[in-house]
Write a protein that binds this ligand. Structure first.
Ligand code: ADP
Ligand code: MG
Ligand code: MG
Length: 252
C-alpha cells in the first residue's frame, strides 16, 4: 500500500532524512521507533505534504499514486490520514462543524453524496461513543483548551469518521493516561482491517503492547537502521538504541 524508496528530505540546508526505504503492505501495522530528533515527525509530515519539508530525492507510492506530486488535500481525499503530535487548534470553529465540513469535503472529493444533517448526527453519535469522547466537546472550538486525553479521543473520533485507508499516527500515545491509552488502542484495533494499513510512530513501547505491530523499524539520523518483529520494540525498551546505533555505520 505504501512504498518509500530512497527518500531524502531537507529543511533549508539541513538534511533530515537520508535515504529512507520503507514498505507497508495493506492489512499491516508497522511501528517506527527512534530517538528524539531522528526524523520521525519529518517522515509523517512529508507523507501528508506539510511545509517546509523539501524532498530532494526518492519516491513515495501510495497504492498506484505518486504521493509526493499530490497536494495535501488530494492525499487526504485519497485516504491518507495523519494524526499530529501536536494537533491543530481552530479557535472559533466548533468541533461538530469542523467534523461535518471535513467529512463532506472528503465525500465530495471521492464522488460521494454529502451527508445530510440528520444522517451526519446519527453517524457522529455512533462514532463518538466508540471514541469515548464527551458530547460537550463537540460544541467547543476544535482542540481549544482540550486536555491531552481529549485531543487524542478527538483524533480517534476523526479516524472512525473518516475511515482512511492509510493512517499515520505520530506519537498518539505521548502524555496519555491509562484510560485514554485504552481508548486509543481500542479505536485502532477497530481500524485494523485487511484493506487498511497503519504507521505508528512512537518512542514508547506501551502502545505496542496493545496494538502489536507486524513490523518494527528503527529510525536513527534519518535512516532505517534495523527492521524486525514486535520483539524489537521490547529489546529497545530494555537496552535503548545505543547498541543498534553502534552496530551500524550511520553517517553523521
Ligand atoms: P523526531 O520526530 O524523531 O523527534 P523530527 O522529525 O521532529 O524528529 O526532527 C528531526 C530533525 O529535524 C531534528 O534535528 C529537528 O531539530 C529538525 N527539524 C524539525 N523540524 C524543523 C524545522 N521546522 N526547522 C528546522 N529544523 C527542524
Ligand atoms: Mg520529537
Ligand atoms: Mg516527533
Amino acid at each position: 500500500m505504501l512504498q518509500i524508496e530512497g527518500l531524502h528530505v531537507a529543511i533549508g540546508e539541513t538534511v533530515i532524512l537520508r535515504g529512507l526505504d520503507l514498505e507497508v503492505p495493506s492489512g499491516e501495522v508497522h511501528a517506527v521507533m527512534g530517538p528524539n530528533g531522528s526524523g520521525k515527525s519529518t517522515l509523517a509530515h512529508v507523507l501528508t505534504g506539510r511545509e517546509p519539508y523539501r524532498v530532494t530525492a526518492g519516491t513515495v507510492r501510495f497504492a498506484d499514486l505518486d504521493l509526493l506530486t499530490m497536494a495535501p488535500e488530494d492525499r487526504a481525499a485519497a485516504g491518507v490520514f495523519l494524526a499530529f503530535q501536536q494537533p491543530v487548534e481552530l479557535p472559533g470553529v466548533p468541533t461538530i462543524y469542523f467534523l461535518r465540513t471535513a467529512l463532506n469535503a472528503q465525500r465530495r472529493a471521492r464522488g460521494e453524496d454529502e451527508l445530510g444533517l440528520v444522517e451526519f448526527l446519527a453517524l457522529l453519535e455512533t462514532k463518538r461513543r466508540l471514541a469515548g469522547m464527551d458530547r460537550k466537546l463537540l460544541e467547543r472550538a476544535v482542540n481549544d483548551g482540550f486536555s491531552g486525553g481529549e485531543r487524542k479521543r478527538h483524533e480517534i473520533l476523526q479516524l472512525l469518521l473518516f475511515e482512511p485507508r492509510f493512517i499515520v499516527l505520530d506519537e498518539i500515545d505521548s502524555g496519555l493516561d491509562v484510560d485514554a491509552l485504552q481508548v486509543v488502542a481500542k479505536g485502532l484495533a477497530a481500524l485494523r482491517t485487511k484493506d487498511r494499513a497503519m504507521l505508528l510512530i512512537t518512542h514508547h513501547r506501551r502502545l505496542l503492547e496493545d496494538i502489536v505491530p507486524d513490523r518494527v523499524h528503527v529510525l536513527v539520523r534519518g535512516q532505517i537502521i534495523e527492521t524486525g518483529g514486535p520483539e524489537l520494540a521490547e529489546e529497545i525498551e530494555e537496552d535503548g538504541y545505543g547498541h543498534l546505533v553502534d552496530a551500524v555505520d550511520v553517517e553523521l
